[in-house]
Design a protein around this ligand. Structure first.
Ligand code: NAI
Ligand code: MG
Length: 483
């Protein structure tokens, strides 16, 4: 007889029967799937199982995609009324909703993120971006961006692996609403939902060539960036690659937006509601395994509440369920790639070496796949690498401050400026702090909230321009001043 009640969860795996993954994929060019030449495997990072073979886009593939996008722009898309374009965007949004389960399962298999997140966050938000921009397509002259705006033409779009479908939506929806056609390249580890999206374009009877998807790695991305037939580049990814792209585009007439890295400060003042703050500190850094550009990766605690916050945080972290991303009860899934796992390990080792103190939540990690336990470092100083560099994993660096001004100064002491969080029950302090923080998005008493109507983007090395809202729309129109 058991003397203790057990509150263990029974396994609750989502079925993968809803998706059919082909053994091999090509590119989506001119409304058709065309065979690739060379291929590379895409794996499930939770099991290391090979899911499919993805085509490595070559110069001739990129040429063909740009040519087809140009043709579609000239002959169809630029001639169509905004109202007609909007109908296609609405149709795409509705099909994404109808096929939501398929998208969520595929995203989780290819990316490693928990099904709960792909199902409840990535896919609904991706559809929401199409709905939102569908509404703008016939109202561009009322967006406050001028009445003589025009699309750029062909947009080249390169996206990362952390939110594969959602980043596609952030790129494709405004581009199409504004009247551009696109050539999009998904990240090499997460191409499958973009290829499913290509099927949705076919199903929506989107005119051929309006959306082209070329898969591949950084070399394919560079071919898109440097292609003379492209008018606008939109990139989301590392600051390192963002700088390469900025240099490549500088001597050309291409328009450019960059969404790069971050090292967000999440600032807890002494008058914060501590229990609520702890819940959102966890969401801020452990959502999507910490593979989030705006993750609250630097926790700044006012000294007199630091001990209480840390003790509650550890208790809460011990309850995070790490494991099978397909299980509906999982909170923290697999690290997206072996390469990324090595980077997280390397930066964490630097934290140990530089004298910070590591604490990881006790949890059992699966034997296969790429995993990292939820971890915090205390005793971090501003010069430590783990306080300055983007770890892009489930690792939180904790610093303390005495006065509110010191908290702000430490928060701003970073090469990045994408997002920040403020925790205080006092409205005047929230307003005071948010006015001084150099960050594109500031959350107060919450964290990681996204909405298609709200512009997103950074200061300093976090990038150029905004995505979402009217600001994001302006990046896909000529004749509007950006930022
Ligand atoms: P990355 O910046 O190399 O990759 C992002 C995208 O850019 C991928 O589609 C990739 O194929 C493409 N790309 C790579 N080199 C290119 C080039 N020279 N020209 C054009 N496109 C190119 O990011 P990676 O290597 O996957 O991750 C490295 C680190 O970057 C991460 O550890 C993280 O710190 C950061 N990162 C930040 C992201 C963010 O949203 N802020 C997203 C992804 C990575
Ligand atoms: Mg790379």
């Amino acid at each position: 007889m058991e003397d203790k009640l057990s509150f263990e969860y029974a396994p609750a795996p989502e079925s993968r029967a809803v998706v059919s993954i082909k053994p091999k994929y090509g590119h989506f060019i001119g409304g058709k799937f065309v065979a690739g030449t060379k291929h590379f495997p895409t794996i499930n990072p939770a099991t290391e199982e090979t899911l499919s073979a993805i085509a490595l886009g070559s110069k001739s593939d990129v040429d063909a995609a740009v040519k087809s996008a140009r043709k579609a722009y000239v002959t169809t898309w630029s001639k169509m009324s905004g109202k007609e374009r909007g109908k296609y965007l609405f149709r795409i949004a509705r099909i994404m909703q109808e096929r939501a389960r398929e998208f969520a399962v595929l995203e989780t298999l290819d990316n490693g993120k928990p099904i709960r997140e792909s199902r409840d966050v990535d896919v609904p938000l991706a559809a929401a971006h199409f709905f939102y921009h569908a509404g703008w397509a016939d109202k561009l002259e009322f967006a406050g961006l001028g009445t003589s705006t025009k699309p750029h033409g062909v947009a080249g779009q390169i996206i990362p692996w952390n939110f594969p479908l959602l980043m596609l939506a952030w790129k494709v929806a405004p581009a199409l609403a504004a009247g551009n056609t696109v050539v999009l390249k998904p990240a090499e580890t997460t191409s499958l939902t973009a290829l499913l999206f290509a099927e949705v374009c076919q199903q929506a009877e989107l005119p051929a060539g309006v959306v082209n998807i070329v898969t591949g790695d950084g070399s394919t991305g560079a071919l898109i960036v440097n292609h003379p037939g492209i008018d606008k580049i939109a990139f989301t990814g590392s600051t390192e690659v963002g700088k390469i792209i900025a240099r490549a585009v500088a001597p050309t007439k291409k328009s450019i937006t960059l969404e790069l890295g971050g090292k967000a400060a999440n600032i807890v003042f002494e008058d914060a509601a501590i229990d609520e703050a702890v819940e959102e500190i966890v969401n801020g850094i452990f959502f999507n395994q910490g593979h989030v550009c705006c993750a609250g990766s630097r926790l700044l605690l006012q000294e007199n509440v630091a001990e209480e916050v840390l003790s509650k945080l550890k208790t809460r972290m011990a309850k995070i369920r790490v494991g099978d991303p397909m299980d509906k009860n999982t909170d923290l899934g697999a690290i997206n790639s072996h390469e990324q796992l090595l980077k997280i390990r390397e930066l964490s080792a630097a934290g140990d070496l530089e004298g910070a103190e590591r604490w990881s939540a006790p949890c059992e990690l699966p034997g296969k796949g790429f995993w990292f336990a939820p971890t915090i470092f205390t005793g971090v100083t501003q010069s430590h690498r783990i306080a300055r560099e983007e770890i892009f994993g489930p690792v939180l660096s904790v610093l303390t401050f005495r006065t509110p001004q010191e908290g702000i100064d430490k928060a701003n002491n970073t090469p990045f400026g994408l997002s920040a969080g403020i925790w205080s029950e006092k409205g005047s302090k929230v307003l005071w702090a948010s006015q001084q923080l150099r960050a594109g998005v500031i959350w107060a008493n919450t964290f990681n909230k996204f909405d298609p109507t709200s512009p997103f983007g950074g200061y300093k090395e976090s990038g150029w321009g905004r995505e979402g809202g009217r600001h994001g729309l302006s990046a896909y129109l000529k004749g509007v001043s950006h930022e």
